[in-house]
Design a protein around this ligand. Structure first.
Ligand code: C2E
Ligand code: MG
Ligand code: MG
Length: 878
């Protein structure tokens, strides 16, 4: 069988059969030989019997060895012939030994022994023929070699019986040969049939095995079900889908799985139709929740009757997820950023709508081209070379790029390029993402402009000026060339602003800026510090200080002339002059210092009568130092109780009706410091707020104290209020609180405000004055006539008094125009029903003039200097 497996030709099968019967035939042959020897030894010489038997045994052993060797050997088709020959040789040897028995063991005169011999040989030959019938020749050799000597032996004897025996043996031989042919054919057919059957079986088995392997290793799940929806077969893949073993799955009913989505498809198959299902497979009974694609077909028996169905299930979860990812990618691709996909050799394969919007090119226009058409020409070759090098090295590049729109416009874009690599590491695509940053750039520029430039005039603002001044200072320091800073302040700006409104003021500033730029050189800096203050920085003037000053003076005078020219607006003309403070620079100084000095020089120019220029000089430095020291000391003056109030009487028709409280600073070294020397400083450093509050409290305390004395209980007290103090949001409340704290009648308190303060913010002023007026507080307009005395605002304000500035009073009798002004102011006050008070009355002539023109209230040295409280009260007694 083993051999047969390896060699399945008919010849081998025949040989196999021949050898496989060898042992049985040899056994029976040997046994028959022993019996024959035993029976014949009674009539045959023992030596012959033993010799024959030995020959038989030897031949049998030889043949058995042959058969054994055959079994042990792997016999192929070629070797079969040799083994067949060996077999036939064995048969020949065996049959010759048996043939010799017809002569050697033949008992001449003993019929019974003769018959026994014939019986044995005939039987043996039949057995041999049957055993070796698979091979005609072996059977022929065996039958002829065993029967021929017997037949010859009879024919050689005399007598009819011997002849008849010889003839019978011959006939017998003939009959065997005829039968042999038939047996041989039958055996050969059998062998062939058996072989074919084995082959068929084998092929079926192989097919089955293949089918089983196929099903089990199939990437799809397969199951068979019967008409009751029970699973009759499934492969491993399907049981995996259900998260069960094959054994657990077979026998399950699909209804029990609660996988309702697939049931209609199975039912369709049972009705003889095929249906495809794609969807989610949620088998509640098996925790399975995947996407599947299922096709189902009916299965029929031999009669064509539907006995169930076959379903093929594919897990398409990955595909679905991939589709989902693709969908997301597609949406992402159509994002707000322009996107472009190219091949490895930069040929455009795909662009999105944002790209079309940004570049102006449609997809059709660009697909198949390289992105070179976007080139704005603003980048040189080395830019692109560096870009490609980075891409090659890192697979990534990002940066700003100027691209050209289809309409020719050049836009700034932020470009990110990523190289897409294939699994083998080769670059397969590039993806470019563009975002338009032109607007960002504009915004950055705008932010820069707002931060460093004055929005109205577009000139550098304070911050940029300081920066530039620092640079110029450093440059001058290095080069040894003087530079100069000019501090400009318009003399009549406020007037225009107040009378014509802010837009007129703005127009003036814009025009001033334009004129300034036109006067100075290209490299010089013109900036606006704020309000009506401008700065000009001149560079590289000269290494000689005098020469530098001369040049600066020339430029400064040119500026004065240019800015003094009339400003023609829509329906009016405006005249404005400028005051300029100049500071030369070259040495190592700070920007702040330079600005401060130029500012100071500008004030000098103002004091000198405006429309002029002044250089900063060492005397000014002394003033600066003095002011700095004063400011420091003033900070502690309040705490050290160095501030005092002096009182100057105010009279009405010779009657002392009140006083003005005037501030004095009792300085330990400087002596009595007058308000003109420190009020402005206090204003600038904000110290005026605590000082002003102190004055208010002291005044109210004094009024309270006067209440109890007969001579003073009706007196009114006027105090001076500074602009910063008045502008405090809680000013009204502060006054109310103090008045109620000291419990004094508000009518006895008079607040002196200046025109400048009132006009600075007329709305705020009107509101606060009315609020205070409602509770009874009185108002006086101080230094009237020095500012912009407008009839219009006078009517809006709840004023009780106009205090004619002492400069006009001073000039009564020596400057007729001032006398006229005084007269006018008195008349104006009368017509507004406001009391007119003259301050700074020093002479009886002045008094006479005032009385003559109807001014009944006075204050001045003619009556009294401002006095300390004791002296003032003393004076009241007289
Ligand atoms: P003002 O309010 O106009 O005060 C009147 C000024 O004229 C006082 O100067 C006073 O001494 C001076 N004066 C009075 N009569 C005569 C006179 O006949 N001839 C001359 N030549 N001068 C006369 P003072 O005390 O030096 O004050 C100057 C300015 O300081 C005040 O002018 C006022 O604006 C301010 N001031 C004084 N005290 C205070 C205060 O407490 N707060 C605020 N904010 N300012 C104050
Ligand atoms: Mg005053
Ligand atoms: Mg005054």
């Amino acid at each position: 069988m083993n051999n047969f497996k390896k060699n399945n030709s008919a010849e081998s099968a025949r040989l196999q059969q021949l050898y496989s019967v060898s042992y049985a035939s040899l056994m029976s042959s040997t046994l028959l030989g022993v019996i024959l020897a035993y029976i014949q030894h009674e009539v045959i010489d023992a030596a012959i019997v033993i010799t024959w038997l030995t020959l038989l045994l030897v031949s049998s052993l030889f043949r058995a060895a042959l058969a054994y060797n055959y079994q042990q050997t792997n016999v192929d088709d070629d070797a079969s012939k040799l083994w067949l020959f060996r077999f036939r040789l064995g048969v020949l040897v065996g049959s010759l030994v048996w043939g010799s028995a017809s002569i050697l063991m033949f008992a001449k005169d003993d019929l019974s022994h003769q018959l026994f011999l014939i019986f044995i040989i005939a039987g043996l030959s039949v057995g041999g023929v049957v055993s070796y019938a698979a091979d005609m020749r072996s059977a022929l050799i065996f039958s002829s070699a065993t029967l021929t000597p017997l037949a010859l032996h009879f024919f050689m004897q005399t007598g009819n019986l011997a002849m008849a025996m010889g003839a019978a043996v011959t006939l017998y031989f003939g009959f065997i040969i005829i039968s042999l042919r038939h047996i041989n054919l039958t055996i050969t057919d059998n062998i062939v049939l058996r072989q074919e059957a084995i082959k068929r079986e084998d092929s079926v088995r192989i097919k089955e095995e293949r089918y089983r392997l196929l099903l089990n290793h199939s990437p799809v799940g397969i199951f068979h079900f019967d008409t009751h929806y029970s699973i009759t077969y499934c492969n491993e893949h399907f049981s995996d889908i259900l998260k069960k073993s094959v054994a657990e799955t077979i026998g399950l009913n699909i209804n029990d799985l609660q996988a309702n989505a697939i049931l209609p498809t199975l039912t369709y198959a049972l009705k003889g139709k095929t249906l495809q299902f794609e969807g989610q497979f949620c088998a509640n009974a098996s925790d399975s929740n995947i996407w599947i694609d299922m096709s189902c077909a009916p299965s029929r028996n031999a009669d064509g009757k539907i006995v169930g169905g076959v379903a093929i299930v594919r897990d398409i979860t990955d595909r679905k997820q991939a589709e989902e990812m693709l969908r997301i990618s597609a949406i992402a691709f159509e994002s707000q950023s322009g996107m472009i996909v190219t091949s490895a050799d930069s040929v455009i394969l795909r662009v999105n709508q944002a790209f079309t919007k940004m570049s102006g090119y449609s997809a059709l226009e660009v697909i198949g081209k390289t992105p070179n058409f976007l080139n704005s020409g603003r980048h040189n070759k080395s830019f692109f070379k560096a870009m490609w090098q980075t891409l090659k090295d890192t697979g990534y590049w990002q940066g700003e790029i100027w691209n050209q729109h289809k309409n020719g416009m050049v836009t700034a874009e932020w470009l990110t390029i990523s190289a897409v690599k294939a699994p083998d590491g080769r670059i397969s695509h590039y993806i470019g993402t563009y975002s338009d940053i032109t607007q960002n750039k504009d915004a950055v520029a705008e932010i820069h402009r707002l931060a460093y430039y004055d929005p109205l005039t577009n000139l550098p603002n304070r911050r940029l000026l300081q920066d530039r001044l620092g640079q110029e200072l450093a440059a001058a320091n290095r080069s040894g060339m003087f530079g100069a800073i000019m501090f400009l302040d318009l003399d009549n700006f406020k007037t225009l602003n107040d009378t014509r409104g802010h837009s007129a003021g703005d127009q003036l500033l814009v025009e001033v800026a334009r004129r300034l730029r036109s006067v100075v050189r290209e490299g010089d800096v013109v900036g606006r510090l704020g309000g009506d203050e401008f700065v000009v920085i001149l560079e590289n003037l000269s290494s000689d200080a005098k020469m530098a000053a001369l040049l600066t003076k020339q430029i400064g005078e040119k500026i004065l002339v240019t800015l003094a020219k009339p400003y023609i607006f829509e329906n009016y003309e405006f005249h404005c002059t400028t005051s300029i403070g100049i500071r030369l620079f070259r040495e190592n100084e700070t920007v702040e210092e330079l600005l401060k000095h130029a500012d100071l020089a500008m004030y000098q120019a103002k004091t000198a009568g405006r429309n002029t220029l002044r250089f900063f000089d060492p005397d000014m430095q002394a003033v600066v130092t003095h002011r700095a020291n004063l400011e420091k000391e003033l900070r502690s003056a309040l705490e050290l109780d160095q501030l005092k109030l002096y009182f100057q009487p105010q009279l009405c028709q010779d009657r002392k009706v009140g006083a003005e409280a005037l501030l004095r600073w009792q300085h330990p070294e400087r002596g009595l410091v007058m308000p003109l020397d420190f009020i402005e400083l206090a204003e600038k450093s904000h110290l005026i707020l605590p000082i002003g509050e102190w004055v208010l409290k002291m005044a109210c305390a004094q009024l309270k104290a006067w209440e109890n004395q007969n001579d003073t209980h009706n007196l009114q007290l006027a105090i001076n209020v500074s602009a910063r103090q008045f502008r405090q949001p809680n000013f009204v409340m502060q006054i109310q609180d103090i008045l109620s704290h000291y419990a004094i009648k508000p009518e006895r308190l008079k607040l002196e405000l200046t025109e400048n303060l009132i006009l600075d913010n007329i709305y705020d002023t009107v509101e606060k004055m009315h609020l205070l007026r409602e509770i009874g507080v009185q108002f006086s307009l101080d230094d009237f006539g020095t500012g912009y005395s407008s009839f219009a605002y006078l009517t809006q304000l709840p004023l009780d008094q106009l205090k004619i500035d002492r400069s006009f009073i001073h000039n009564i009798g020596c400057k007729p125009t001032d006398a006229v002004i005084v007269e006018t102011i008195i008349g104006m006050a009368h017509s507004l029903k406001i009391e007119a008070m003259a301050e700074g009355v020093e002479t009886p002539e002045q008094l006479a003039f005032l009385e003559y023109h109807g001014c009944a209230a006075y204050q001045g040295f003619l009556f009294s200097q401002p006095l300390p409280i004791q002296e003032f009260e003393q004076l009241m007694l007289t």
